[in-house]
Design a protein around this ligand. Structure first.
Ligand code: SF4
Length: 265
């Protein structure tokens, strides 16, 4: 998540330029801001309930064309050096920021960048090294346990299978999808809070829970964009379509977005 990352991804430096190009002089018409946050929350709730009109296939294709123009090779912001350290970084990033994880992991990975070394390091030492990250006790326990399992059951390799990854301690569907996508180039959609929000708001992939949104993305994301769709949507949700006050005025897909709560026409 290079500027490395995938639970969370690298900032789009060229977004402004791409935005300008995408819009080609068509300045967004700004709507009057909602009087209360309640209106936005209500619009989000409606979106999650599937009330937001769906984006058409052509609109979805155009949205990804613009995302790609803005950032052709999106990356995760998490620091890692191989599939194993990516797996550990993603496990550590649950309910924590990438920046916070990145502060702790260089020292950890300098001592243990393979399952064998991590297993040898042991839970207590791992805990000391990640104690600045939220839920560090549980996470240290999971990292130590998953390292042992990788050594004992997978020959010290990170498995390239959602099922095998999901069987590891601290690894859920989202983490498995991140690893499959970022480490192995699989066309998976790891639906985190950002993708959930963007999918629902825009009408690209609505759903009451991450699994529903993931299933819709599987259906609607066009072939050429499937590999990086996950990162583009995370970036969009993290830096533009933010939860509290979406930056609709600088959104490169504002004219395609179906969300009634957007602040531009
Ligand atoms: S127009 Fe606003 S609500 Fe819609 S995708 Fe862009 S930032 Fe999000």
């Amino acid at each position: 998540m290079a500027k490395k990352a995938l639970g969370k991804t690298a900032r789009m430096p060229s977004v402004k330029r791409a935005l300008t190009k995408a819009r080609q002089g068509k300045a967004a018409q700004v709507k009057a801001p909602p009087k209360r946050a309640k209106k936005r929350d209500l619009a989000d709730a409606k979106a999650e309930a599937g009330v937001t009109p769906p984006m058409s296939a052509a609109q979805i294709e155009e949205a990804f064309r613009r995302f790609q123009a803005a950032e052709p090779e999106p990356k995760t912001e998490l620091k890692y050096v191989n599939p194993f350290t990516l797996l550990v970084a993603v496990v550590l990033s649950a309910q924590a920021t990438d920046a916070g994880v990145n502060k702790a992991t260089p020292a950890l990975f300098a001592m243990a960048d393979t399952p064998e070394k991590m297993a040898a390091l042991g839970e207590d030492r791992i805990r000391d090294l990640v104690k600045t990250i939220g839920l560090f006790r549980t996470k240290a326990k999971n990292v130590a346990a998953l390292a042992h399992i990788l050594v004992e059951q997978h020959g010290g390799q990170v498995p390239r299978s959602r099922e095998a990854l999901g069987a590891l301690p601290g690894v859920g569907r989202k983490t498995a999808n991140v690893v499959l996508n970022t480490a192995f180039g699989e066309e998976t959609f790891a639906v985190d809070t950002h993708i959930f929000r963007v999918g629902n708001r825009t009408g690209m992939a609505t759903g009451k829970n991450p699994l529903e949104v993931e299933a819709k993305l599987e259906k609607v994301v066009p072939g050429p964009y499937r590999r990086h769709a996950h990162h583009w949507l995370i970036l969009h949700g993290r830096y533009t379509c933010v939860a509290r006050k979406p930056l609709c005025e600088r959104c490169i897909i504002a004219d395609l977005c179906q969300w009634p709560g957007k602040t531009v026409l």
